[in-house]
Design a protein around this ligand. Structure first.
Ligand SMILES: [Cu+2]
Length: 630
């Protein structure tokens, strides 16, 4: 599934790459008189470089008109292209094969790079250079290996000097799907890497060809019968590279069978200096990215994670931190809910031997918070907030939790007095509930008031992604309830939604929220509470959010704070206020009286929290609810 704009571009790019490769392949075998090794060199490089490979082919190598290949390919820049193609085809194939294998094995990035270098060098030298070129070079295989070693070493160094930083920075950048060979982005990064490697290796190849140290483009055709000796036509190599050409300009192709053996006029200092610079370039290309990136990580550690913009990812950022802040994967959404779907619906139970049994199933959903904004979030029973567990003081309850999330979870019953192993902290009182696993929580509700539940395994991430729900416990004696005409629960949440992806919001660079919800909706999609003048409204504020203290304010007159954190305040301890700071985990029950008709607001007093991605619509956004008093 395509989840980012780059994915569409990549589909287009690789379609063009395949079409280009097909064209080059067909043209090579129909009408290009060059050795097989060069045919495959251009085919592979066009596969890696797409339309750019095609461009190089038609500008430098494709025979324009029959019989012109020799003359057409003679200029040094084209010979340099041929030499680089030849190097890149071998080296890049080795590098890419190694990259797929190391990513699958889960090797750390720094080791990836070394294995890729060795594999690229080995593939280029032992297979592409020495084996495939053997028939043209003459001599034994090992002679070829020896002769090819130095030019191949220099070319490979520059190739990897270009490719390594591209792979490091793009694979371990924001979108780390680039580390996964199963993702198109991985292949896109490989393509850019090959293009960068080609660009860096090209100047050295031009020089190596000019000095007769490497082969450029070659023409290979049945020799026109110059003599009428009656011999069958032999294959001759025309070797128009500049170095050889310069030395044999006035000679015919006299050495038919060893026409590609070269002699160089390069001096030892020249070769040594170039070799040294190539090693330096390689060292910088391989090592420098480690200043900015954590190259000890592997595809298995973080592959596939997409990080938020603005997140600080340094060389010491651990994989756990990246997984914590990563976007949810839209491809793992199991069901979608529109704007009309509401959370906090009362959860039905079944009675088993006098125990009220509830089922909770956290899973990944797409949840609409505004007409044009949805979050790819975690939800209990397909609701944000999770369903309301509404019980009575003294009830024996059991909650069976089955984890349908892509990561582990537990449930904590915030504020409840219960057996320790029912409390929920992962690794502390229980092992985390792994995906697909279940756990049952059983306790007797001895308290009453406003409580809530949330995960206690990675709450930094998973609660921020939508896992929370109200636990409302009526007093055993109804007289203990602070009475009001209306009862309204407000569960707060902060969200971070960018570029169609949902990240867990947290007060951290890159994690700042841009959407805010009351009961899973942002104003103007929040409820309107209808009332009549003289009636009272009990609002139960619940700090189900993770990152901020929200100063919750009600217009039109003060409210009385009657309970805090589930505990009803003694009448003498109750107080009047018009704003109350609701911090994460806190609950405040307040009673507000409708004194005058009209539209009165309940809202957070941090004005940014009453915007939707910094936009106000219909007078606000985010943490805002209207009380409509008639
Ligand atoms: Cu706020």
């Amino acid at each position: 599934m395509l989840i980012q704009p780059i994915d569409y571009f990549l589909v287009a790019w690789f379609t063009l790459a395949l079409a280009s490769t097909l064209y080059v392949g067909v043209d090579q075998y129909r009408s290009n008189p060059e050795p097989v090794v060069m045919k495959w060199g251009f085919i592979l490089v066009t596969l890696y470089m797409g339309p750019l490979g095609l461009l190089l082919y038609v500008l430098a190598d494709k025979e324009p008109r029959p019989g012109e290949h020799e003359a057409f390919t003679r200029p040094l820049w084209k010979q340099g292209v041929g030499s680089t193609i030849h190097c890149v085809a071998g080296d890049a194939t080795g590098i890419i094969l190694a990259a797929v294998i190391t990513a699958t094995l889960g090797l750390p990035m720094w080791l990836d790079l070394i294995v890729e270098y060795l594999a690229g060098f080995a593939f280029g030298l032992f297979i592409f250079q020495s084996l495939f070129m053997k028939s043209m070079m003459g001599g034994t295989y090992w002679e070829n290996v020896r002769k090819s070693f130095l030019p191949e070493f220099i070319s490979m160094n520059f190739m990897m000097a270009g490719m390594a930083p591209v792979m490091s920075f793009l694979m371990m950048g924001r979108d780390m799907r680039a580390m996964e060979p199963t993702e198109l982005l991985f292949w896109g990064v490989m393509s850019i890497g090959v293009i960068a490697g080609f660009t860096l290796a090209y100047p050295a190849n031009v020089w190596l060809v000019a000095r007769g140290l490497k082969h450029g483009l070659m023409t290979q055709r049945p020799q026109p019968t110059e003599t009428s000796s009656g011999e069958p036509p032999t294959h001759a190599m025309h070797h128009p590279n500049a170095g050889a050409d310069r030395r044999s300009r006035n000679t015919s192709h006299k050495s038919k069978h060893s026409g590609h053996q070269m002699e160089t006029d390069a001096t030892t200092p020249q070769i040594a200096a170039l070799g040294m610079v190539s090693v330096l370039a390689l060292a910088i290309g391989m090592a420098a990215p480690a200043n900015w990136l954590n190259l000890t990580l592997s595809a298995r550690d973080v592959g596939g994670a997409i990080m938020p913009q603005g997140m600080i990812m340094g060389r010491d950022t651990p994989a756990e931190a990246m997984r914590d802040m990563a976007a949810t994967d839209p491809r793992r959404v199991t069901s979608s809910y529109g704007l009309a779907a509401k959370g906090d619906r009362e959860l039905p139970f079944r009675l088993e031997n006098g125990v009220k049994v509830f089922d909770l199933r956290p899973s990944m959903v797409r949840w609409q918070i505004l007409p044009n904004v949805a979050v790819d979030a975690y939800a209990y029973n397909g609701q944000i907030p999770g369903p309301r567990i509404h019980i009575r003081q003294g009830d024996k309850v059991r909650i069976d939790v089955t984890n349908d999330l892509p990561e582990e979870t537990t449930v904590h019953w915030h504020g409840m007095i219960l057996p320790n192993q029912m409390d929920g902290p992962a690794e502390i009182t229980q092992p985390p509930i792994e995906p697909g696993q279940s756990y049952s929580y059983a306790f007797t509700a001895t308290q009453h008031g406003t409580y809530f539940y949330h995960p206690h395994a990675k709450p930094d991430r998973t609660q921020a992604l939508g896992l929370y729900g109200a636990l409302i416990i009526d007093p055993a004696n109804p007289a203990d309830e602070v009475q009001a005409n209306h009862d309204y629960v407000i569960e707060l949440q902060e969200w971070l939604v960018r570029d169609g992806l949902t990240y867990p919001s947290m007060p951290m660079e890159g994690g700042m929220p841009n959407f805010f919800t009351i009961n899973g909706k942002a104003y103007p999609a929040t409820d309107t509470i209808p009332m009549k003048v003289g009636e009272t409204l009990k609002v139960r504020f619940i700090g189900t959010n993770n990152g901020f203290v929200h100063p919750m304010h009600i217009h039109g007159g003060p409210f009385e704070v009657v309970a805090r954190d589930g505990e009803t305040l003694a009448p003498s301890a109750r107080f009047l206020a018009d704003t109350i700071n609701v911090g994460p985990g806190q609950r405040y029950d307040v009673v507000w009286k409708a004194l005058r008709p009209g539209k009165w607001l309940i809202h957070c007093h941090i004005p940014h929290h009453t915007t939707n991605n910094n936009v106000e619509e219909k007078g606000g956004g985010g943490l805002m609810v209207v009380i409509a008093v008639s």
